[in-house]
Design a protein around this ligand. Structure first.
Ligand SMILES: Nc1ncnc2c1ncn2[C@@H]1O[C@H](COP(=O)(O)OP(=O)(O)OP(=O)(O)O)[C@@H](O)[C@H]1O
Length: 472
C-alpha cells in the first residue's frame, strides 16, 4: 500500500470535454479521497496510456470523436482484460448499457446520476481491482512459494511447513490495502505475524496497536477516531485518534472478537467508506492506514450466533491467516526451547544452561494451552531459578502438572491415532505394556519421572511395573 496516493494504481478518466474531466477528478478526490488520477481528452491516446501499465481502472465516456467509448471498451477487453472499466455516458439508454456490460464494462452510469451513486460505483470498481491484483499476486506465489524476505520473519522461530506457508501468504498480501485477519489461540504469535505484515507492507508510517477488548463503544470511538475540543464534558484538548496515528502505516486491532455490536458498526463504516468523524466534529477524515485485526476467538462461530456482524466478518476475512497451536507443530518445541534458553540467559545475565536429556520430548507430551507464550514463561522461570550448569527437569514437570491440575482432565491431549491399526496380529496386553514401558524408558534415557509422564502414569506405578518385569 503506498503512503499518500490512493489507490495504488492509476485511474484514467476519458472524455472529450475537459471541463467534465476536471470536475469529475475534483469530485473523486474531495468525496472519496481518490487522487491517483490521470485524464485524457483524446480517445486515440487511450491505448498508449494503458500500455504503460500504470492504470487499473478507466472511467470511459461513450460519445467521443475518433474512437467511440464502445470501440475502446472492446480494445481494452482484448488487450488489457485486467483493467476495470466503468462507462460514464451522457446517454440514458438501457440497450447501450446492456451492450457495454456484455462487452466487459464493470458498471454503467449516466452523467446526470446522483453523485453519491457514481462515487459508490467507482469505489466498488477500485475495490474489485484491488482484489484482482491481490489474487494475481497470490496466484504467482503458488507457482513459486519461496519466501522472498525471510529476514522479516526472524523473530518467529519455526521450522514448521504450515508456518512457512503462512509466511508466503503474508508476503503475498502484505501490500494489499484490504484488511488482514489473523486468528489462532492465545499465545501462538499472532502479534508477531502482524508485525511482519507491517514491515513487508513497505509503509512509512507506524504500526499502531489497539487492544479493543473491554472498550465500551464511546471509548472505542474516542480511542480510534479522537475528538475535538469540547466534544464532551472534560474534552479540554483535541485528541488525535489511533486511526490518525497510524496514517501511512498499519492499525492493528487486537482481540477483535470482543468488540461490541455497536463498535462493530463503526468499524465496518470505517472500512467501507474509508472515512470517519472525530467525536464532536462534522468534518470527515480519511482512513490512510492498512488495517490488521486479530482474535483468539472463533469469529465464524460468533457470526453464526449473531454475536459478530456477518458483513464485518466477511469484510475482515478478505485475507485470512490461521496460526496453528503449538501442539500441532511439536517439531518447533526443540527450536523454541533453545531460542528461549538463549534469550532468557541473556536477559537474566546468566550463562546459557544445558537442558536435561529428554526435556524436549517431555514437553512434546504436553498440550500447551497457552502455546508459545506458556513455553517461554516456563523456560524463563526455569532459567531464573537454576544454579548448576545443567537445567533441572523439575521446574518444567511442576509447571506442567500445575497447569494440568488447573485445567482439569480435559487438558491432557488425547492420542492422535491408533498405533495398532495396521497390525495383522495383535500383541497380548502384557506384551504390549512391556514394550511400551521399555520404549518409554529408552526415550527417557532411564529417567523414570520422564518415562512415567510419557506413558501418562504415575512414577510409583511405573516403578511397580519395572519391578514386576525384573522379577519375571
Ligand atoms: N514462533 C515464535 N518464536 C519466538 N517467539 C514467539 C513465537 N511465537 C510467539 N512468540 C512469543 O510468545 C509471546 C506471545 O506471542 P504473541 O503476543 O504474538 O501471541 P498472540 O497470539 O498475539 O497472543 P494473544 O492472543 O494473547 O494476543 C510473545 O512473547 C512472542 O514473542
Amino acid at each position: 500500500m503506498s503512503e499518500t496516493v490512493y489507490p495504488d494504481f492509476g485511474i484514467l478518466l476519458v472524455d472529450d470535454e475537459p471541463d467534465w474531466l476536471g470536475s469529475l477528478a475534483l469530485t473523486l478526490e474531495s468525496c472519496a479521497g481518490i487522487c491517483n488520477i490521470a485524464t485524457c481528452c483524446d480517445s486515440r491516446q487511450v491505448m498508449a496510456i494503458l500500455d504503460e501499465g500504470r492504470i487499473g481502472l478507466v472511467l470511459l465516456d461513450l460519445t467521443m470523436p475518433h474512437l467511440s467509448g464502445e470501440d475502446l471498451l472492446e480494445l481494452i477487453a482484448e488487450r488489457h482484460p485486467e483493467i476495470t472499466v466503468i462507462v460514464v455516458s451522457g446517454l440514458n439508454q438501457v440497450e447501450t448499457a446492456v451492450r457495454c456490460m456484455k462487452r466487459g464494462a464493470f458498471d454503467y452510469f449516466v452523467k446526470t446520476d446522483d453523485e453519491d451513486r457514481m462515487i459508490g460505483g467507482v469505489l466498488r470498481g477500485v475495490h474489485m481491482q484491488e482484489l484482482q491484483r491481490d489474487h494475481r499476486e497470490m496466484a504467482s506465489r503458488f507457482c513459486s512459494p519461496e519466501i522472498r524476505h525471510p529476514e522479516v520473519f526472524d523473530a518467529i522461530v519455526t521450522g514448521d511447513r504450515a508456518m512457512q506457508a503462512i509466511f508466503a501468504y503474508v508476503e503475498a498480501v502484505a501490500k494489499s490495502p484490504q484488511p488482514l485477519l489473523i486468528t489462532g489461540e492465545s499465545g501462538v504469535g499472532k502479534e508477531l505475524i502482524a508485525r511482519a505484515a507491517h514491515r513487508l507492507s513497505g509503509c512509512r508510517g507506524k504500526l499502531v496497536t489497539v487492544n479493543v477488548a473491554g472498550l465500551d463503544d464511546t471509548v472505542f470511538a474516542d480511542t480510534l477516531f479522537g475528538h475535538v475540543r469540547g466534544a464532551f464534558t472534560g474534552a479540554e484538548q483535541v485528541r488525535r485518534g489511533m486511526v490518525e496515528e497510524a496514517a501511512d502505516g498499519t492499525l492493528f486491532l487486537d482481540e477483535i472478537g470482543d468488540l461490541s455490536i455497536s463498535s462493530q458498526v463503526k468499524l465496518l463504516r470505517l472500512l467501507q467508506e474509508g472515512e470517519y468523524f472525530p467525536l464532536g466534529s462534522d468534518l470527515p477524515k480519511r482512513l490512510k492506514a492498512r488495517v490488521i485485526v486479530a482474535t483468539h476467538q472463533n469469529l465464524s462461530a460468533k457470526e453464526g450466533t449473531g454475536a459478530f456482524r456477518r458483513d464485518l466478518y466477511f469484510r475482515l476475512r478478505t485475507h485470512h491467516v490461521h496460526v496453528p497451536p503449538l501442539r500441532e507443530r511439536r517439531g518447533d518445541i526443540p527450536l523454541l526451547l533453545d531460542h528461549f534458553l538463549e534469550e532468557a540467559a541473556r536477559a537474566l545475565g546468566k550463562k546459557k544452561p544445558t537442558p536435561p536429556k529428554g526435556l524436549a520430548q517431555f514437553l512434546a507430551t504436553y498440550g500447551f494451552p497457552g502455546n508459545v507464550r506458556e513455553l517461554k514463561a516456563m523456560v524463563y522461570d526455569a532459567v531464573s531459578v537454576h544454579r548448576d550448569r545443567m537445567l533441572s527437569m523439575d521446574s518444567f514437570v511442576k509447571a506442567v502438572e500445575r497447569s494440568q491440575a488447573e485445567a482439569g482432565p480435559a487438558a491432557v491431549t488425547p492420542p492422535k491415532e491408533n498405533p495398532f491399526a495396521g497390525f495383522d496380529e495383535l500383541p497380548t496386553f502384557s506384551d504390549a505394556a512391556a514394550f511400551l514401558v521399555m520404549e518409554a524408558m529408552n526415550r527417557a534415557n532411564g529417567n523414570q519421572t520422564l518415562a512415567a509422564r510419557l506413558l501418562g502414569i504415575s512414577q510409583p506405578a511405573l516403578s511397580k511395573r519395572l519391578k514386576m518385569r525384573q522379577s519375571i
